[in-house]
Design a protein around this ligand. Structure first.
Ligand SMILES: NC(=O)c1ccc[n+]([C@@H]2O[C@H](COP(=O)([O-])OP(=O)(O)OC[C@H]3O[C@@H](n4cnc5c(N)ncnc54)[C@H](O)[C@@H]3O)[C@@H](O)[C@H]2O)c1
Length: 521
């Protein structure tokens, strides 16, 4: 709420600054015409009373036109990189000045007001609106370079704990950290097996602890002598969570609450939590970290509740960092084919037909290697920058509708038949990733096309043969084997108490109703 207020006041300040600039330019242009008519053109002669009359008559129009057009052209929203913000600026300024010139010319052509002043006003307005923004962008860039340069240097003795390190994302991250010379401890209950870590088990800098994050003793042992925690362990995906809602809430939410207490007791200051952009649910707006969340599934609700618990626990000694991941794609050491880019590519290759449900819906995408890069950047970023912050992890250039995704799959598999179908899935979110770009300089290196081609090659080289194998799908695997239960009685009581305890005050505009799966407002 506080953040929303800040955002509103930020926009209000920008509107006020632009309005002041516009009026100063208008007054300056009229003053020049009165005081130095021959300065620019002989046709700029203006009497003081005409100037005052003219200014009073256009005051309201001027005050409404510029902020209105700027608002409509997206100048006051957070979308886009610095470059596209500049494009919005010039589009907004050009359109406003054009409209203003047309209206002025139409209304005042028979009066004493010289038309030359309009050109003068336009010149001054462009200068006054663009210059402060250009200076700000230059300063921001300088600041960014500085903050990127003061990346924390990890000591070689630091051990990073990865909960869920044997999963799709974790298995890439483990290798990235090992390659960077870091000591890594993985704790994972190995629901899907340990094959994703086979070739690194035995690495001198890797410890593997098989354990359940709902079990207090396992968490305490895992967190001992570690400096930072990356929390990836979860039942991942909407359908997988719905299989056993109680177990999903225990693992995805209650275990996070237990972890917070263990981490605080252990002195682990930095805890990176993998949330999801699915917290934004169904919306046509461009969502940033200050937007209201709208979880429309149990999975998304557990992420929102965990985020709240983590932010509530934020203190001078405990520094949660929340990363809301875009939808992941690409090959990993535990590749998943229950993710849309991977699945469509596999189907296009294996069956020659793909089905697109609700093609106009938006999703942000990110390659699994980029996720690992982003987590490493969050791990090494200065604590005073990232502590207690929430970031969307992705790249503003990687928002696509599902129909656009289908086009990219088609480009690689031109003979594919595409079926467009509508169903009840309402998930639709387009996300701004400006904050993570501006604050820690994160941007994606992998495009959608790169990921599609990578998977295509994996099929062509027979590295992957049957994408329908249950090990590639959380839902299919859990249907076969069941969601693991919490075995120890004491842990069961503890985790039940944490699961049922009310989550901290929610920021969400709507919450998921467990009994019906419907959204309550
Ligand atoms: N893959 C995506 O598209 C995506 C998008 C947004 C967010 N995320 C988040 O990123 C994280 C990792 O996702 P992933 O795609 O690697 O999923 P994954 O299912 O491949 O990995 C999850 C890992 O957690 C482990 N795990 C599950 N329950 C556990 C428990 N009780 N104790 C210990 N370990 C347990 C599993 O064995 C598995 O290795 C999750 O928190 C997920 O919500 C993923």
């Amino acid at each position: 709420m506080l953040q929303d207020d800040l955002k509103l006041s930020h926009v209000a300040a920008r509107v006020l600054a632009d309005l002041t600039g516009i009026h100063v330019c208008m007054i300056a242009a009229l003053a020049i015409c009165v005081l130095h008519p021959g300065l620019i053109s002989a046709r700029m002669q203006l009497r003081p009373e005409d100037a005052v009359h003219y200014y009073v008559s256009v005051f309201l129009f001027l005050s409404l036109l510029f902020p209105g057009v700027f608002l409509l052209t997206g100048l006051y929203t957070h979308s886009g990189r610095e470059g596209s913000r500049m494009v919005s600026l010039f589009r907004g300024v050009a359109l406003s000045l054009l409209l203003f010139s047309i209206v002025s010319f139409a209304l005042y052509r028979r009066q004493q007001t010289p038309q030359g002043y309009i050109a003068l006003f336009c010149g001054l307005a462009v200068f006054s609106l663009a210059l402060p923004r250009l200076v700000k962008a230059a300063l921001q860039q300088k600041f960014q370079a500085k903050s990127a340069a003061i990346v924390r240097r990890p000591s070689s003795d630091e051990t990073v704990l990865i909960l869920g390190g044997a999963g799709y994302i974790g298995s890439c991250l483990v290798r990235k950290l090992l390659a960077a010379g870091r000591k890594v401890r993985v704790m994972d209950s190995l629901i899907y097996g340990d094959y994703s870590l086979h070739d690194v088990i035995g690495h001198p800098n890797l410890q593997l602890q098989v354990g359940d994050c709902r079990k207090l003793q396992d968490l305490v042992a895992a967190a001992r002598n570690t400096d930072a925690i990356i929390h990836l362990a979860a039942i991942v995906g909407d359908p997988a969570c719905e299989l056993d809602p109680q177990a999903s809430r225990e693992i995805n939410y209650a275990a996070t609450r237990m972890l917070i207490e263990v981490a605080k007791g252990n002195g682990n200051c930095r805890l990176i939590f993998s949330s999801s952009c699915s917290v934004y649910g169904a919306t046509d707006l461009l969502m940033d970290e200050y937007s209201d969340v709208l979880p429309i599934s149990l999975y998304a609700q557990t992420k929102v509740d965990s985020e709240e618990a983590l932010l509530e626990a934020h203190s001078a000694d405990f520094h949660p960092v929340i990363l809301r991941l875009a939808t992941v794609f690409g090959l990993s050491y535990r590749t998943r084919f229950d993710l849309i880019v991977n699945l469509l590519t596999a189907k296009a290759h294996s069956e020659g037909t793909i089905t697109i449900f609700n093609g106009t819906q938006w999703r942000p995408f990110i390659h699994v290697q980029d996720v690992a890069n982003g987590i490493c950047q969050a791990l090494d970023a200065p604590l005073d920058v990232v502590s207690g912050e929430t970031y969307n992890l992705g790249d503003s250039r990687m928002n696509f509708t599902l129909a656009q995704l289908a086009e990219r799959v088609l480009a690689e598999f031109p003979k594919t038949r595409v079926e467009y179908v509508e169903n009840a899935d309402r998930r639709n979110y387009r996300v701004s990733f400006e904050k993570i770009y501006n604050q820690i300089g994160f941007e994606c290196r992998w495009t959608l096309e790169d990921g599609i081609r990578e998977i295509k090659r994996a099929f062509e080289s027979k590295f992957i043969t049957d994408y329908r194998d249950a090990r590639y799908s959380n839902l299919q695997f859990l249907k076969l084997c069941g969601t693991p239960l919490c075995k120890d009685e004491l842990d069961r009581h503890l985790i039940a108490a944490l699961t049922n305890a009310p989550a901290p005050a929610r920021r969400s505009a709507a919450i998921w109703a467990p009994s019906t799966g419907a959204v309550r407002r």
